[in-house]
Write a protein that binds this ligand. Structure first.
Ligand SMILES: NC(=O)c1ccc[n+]([C@@H]2O[C@H](COP(=O)([O-])OP(=O)(O)OC[C@H]3O[C@@H](n4cnc5c(N)ncnc54)[C@H](OP(=O)(O)O)[C@@H]3O)[C@@H](O)[C@H]2O)c1
Length: 563
């Protein structure tokens, strides 16, 4: 698949400022951030004389759309008639000054006609716009509206639509793909974000973004459009991938998958998808171009039911975090990449630690050069994996695996540990949930309060899959570092509660170095960060999305830059 760059996509931002000076300053900012075009909402600007507008338009440093909304919240003395005549005055001036685009409300266009504008203009393109709020936009409703807008003789048509669900954006994509005149669409609100990010796939020549790196509902920041999504590479053949979640704004997925697509030359885009009803989502976005999905909170369990087929491991876990639409028959197939990601991260850290210890011992005995031994041990490890022996010889086999948390991540870890032959002991705030999971993996559930004092043996594995310690509660840890035991009324003994763990893993990855990991390292445990799990599960997803591409070093490097 080809990722040709198109040079005709315009990235626009809307400027609503009270003064001419602010408009000019914002225009400069827009230019710095990479906007190709600014939409000047001149109804937001206070001016006592039209000459101020003339100065602004003459001084513009970027191509512009000039608009003047009649229903703007800004009050003008003189009421509706005054607003209307000022609107026409501003728009006529914009045409005389040869501003690139002049936008007229459909209401005004139908009332006064746009023939004068069309006759007077030299290069300006006339946009006729409509704003729809309330009611779900059907294809028929939008089709009729566009026909009405087209009948005015407009060069460009613009539709701004309030959407309630992400599925409401689908009719807008249909319009983009089939409209006979250039069309600008914008779905307003958080659930409308994909209208901009996927617009170019359906033929949009213009997308809107927000200034200053912050996303306003429904608008991606311009810097993300330019640096993360690089929408100029998106075309009709681009495969769509995304994170189905609610909330979805925190996701680092786009920062990872989009650069990885470009790095491998795969024509794909990965976008956040704020989904309320996952079944309805798959009913509406059923085309083969919607090719793969990450699934996040709270849809991982419901996703199992949406798939036509589910990988046996994901089925036993009862949670799907990756769905691909199989290209051969369009069926949805579900997987769970969290399980292998977390368990292999733990196994590899144990093996590496064991190799280091063995190498140190060998060096001390001065038997042989450590590098040679290390490479021999690596060879042995690779041979074991290639022969499928890994699961039998997992370094966690037979160990006590203490798991904190029984949610989605907890379930993945519990099944993974059980499959590797560990003895799983589960602590969860909600004890019933812990018991249900323990039963499913033939493990044991113990009350959450006993976690600090639990010490079945030395050299246990501790895995935190609860949200404890996650931003913003970075000062929390599920297990205390030091435990004060009262031996008598006057005597207490301090014990290192973390001291009985050989390895401590934390699924939490924001922050990267949690309090649990810091304290575990202080008592000498091997520590594994949730970032490692994040890289591995994302890599697993990327392989499934692209049928095998695995730019591991690139993705690892990209993740480490972001966290
Ligand atoms: N590194 C990665 O790639 C990766 C992947 C997935 C998840 N994670 C992380 O893993 C953690 C859990 O995610 P999840 O998907 O499993 O979420 P989830 O399904 O919502 O489960 C949340 C778990 O955290 C427990 N919990 C929440 N607040 C708690 C508190 N104040 N005290 C004690 N326990 C608390 C819950 O216990 P109750 O059952 O009692 O509510 C439950 O066990 C999150 O921090 C998430 O970011 C990381």
């Amino acid at each position: 698949m080809v990722m040709a760059r198109r040079s005709d996509l315009l990235v626009c931002t809307t400027l609503e400022c009270e003064t001419k000076e602010e408009m000019v300053a914002s225009m400069e900012k827009a230019k710095e951030e990479g906007a190709d075009l600014v939409e000047l909402h001149l109804d937001s600007m206070s001016f006592s004389h039209i000459s101020e507008v003339e100065q602004l338009l003459s001084q513009r440093t970027l191509p512009a759309i000039v608009s003047f909304r009649l229903n703007s919240s800004r009050k003008l003395s003189g009421g509706g008639e005054c607003r209307r005549s000022r609107c026409l005055q501003v728009l006529r001036l914009a045409v005389q000054l040869d501003v690139e685009f002049v936008e007229i409300d459909l209401e005004v266009a139908l009332d006064v006609g746009i023939t004068d504008f069309l006759n007077e203009r030299s290069n300006s393109k006339i946009i006729v716009s409509s704003y729809l709020n309330g009611g779900r936009p059907s294809k028929e409703k939008l089709g009729n509206l566009i026909a009405c807008q087209q009948s005015t003789g407009a060069d460009v048509i613009k539709l701004v639509v309030d959407v309630v669900y992400i599925t409401d954006v689908a009719p807008l994509f249909h319009m983009l793909a089939h409209c006979q005149v250039p069309l600008i669409v914008r779905a307003v609100g958080d659930r409308g974000l994909i209208s901009q990010l996927l617009g170019p796939k359906f033929g949009a020549f213009l997308v809107c973004g927000s200034l200053g790196g912050t996303s306003t509902p429904g608008l991606p920041p311009i810097v993300s459009i330019k640096q993360v999504y690089k929408l100029e590479h998106i075309n009709a053949n681009t495969k769509v991938f995304g994170l189905i979640s609610n909330p979805v704004g925190h996701s680092k997925g786009p920062l990872l998958h989009n650069p990885a697509f470009r790095h491998t030359g795969y024509n794909g885009i990965y976008v956040p998808m704020l989904v309320d009803d996952i079944k309805e989502f798959f009913r509406v976005y059923s085309g083969t171009d919607f090719a793969g999905f990450s699934v996040g909170i709270p849809h991982k369990e419901a996703a199992v039911e949406c798939c036509d087929e589910v990988d046996p491991l994901a089925k036993s876990i009862g949670a799907v975090n990756t769905i691909i639409r199989r290209p051969t028959d369009g069926k949805l197939v579900g997987f769970n990449t969290d399980c292998e990601a977390s368990i292999t991260a733990i196994e590899d850290a144990l093996i590496e630690n064991c190799l280091k210890i063995q190498a140190c011992n060998l060096i001390m005995k001065e038997l042989i050069a450590s590098e040679l031994i290390l490479s021999k041990l690596e060879e042995t490890k690779e041979r074991q994996v290639a022969n499928g022996e890994a699961s039998h010889s997992s370094p966690i086999a037979g160990k006590v695996f203490v798991l904190v948390g029984a949610g989605g991540a907890g379930r993945a870890l519990a099944f993974g540990a059980k499959n590797r032959g560990a003895r799983v002991v589960i602590f969860n705030r909600n004890f019933e949930r812990a018991m249900a999971l323990a039963q499913a993996v033939s493990g044991e559930a113990l009350p959450y309060e006993c976690l600090d004092t639990f010490r079945a043996e030395n050299g246990m594995i501790l895995a935190n899959a609860s949200a404890v310690g996650m931003q913003p509660n970075c000062d929390q840890s599920p297990v205390s570092k030091v435990l004060s035991l009262s031996l008598s009324r006057t005597h207490t003994r301090n014990m290192e509660a973390l001291g009985s763990y050989q390895l401590v893993f934390d699924a939490v990855y924001t922050p990267r170095n949690t309090r649990l990991l810091r304290e575990a390292a202080e008592v000498g445990a091997v520590v594994v960060s949730g970032v490692e799990m994040f890289v591995r599960q994302a890599l697993g997803q990327f392989k499934l999305f692209t049928d095998g591409l695995a730019p591991e070093d690139f993705m690892r490097h990209t993740v480490l830059q972001q966290f």
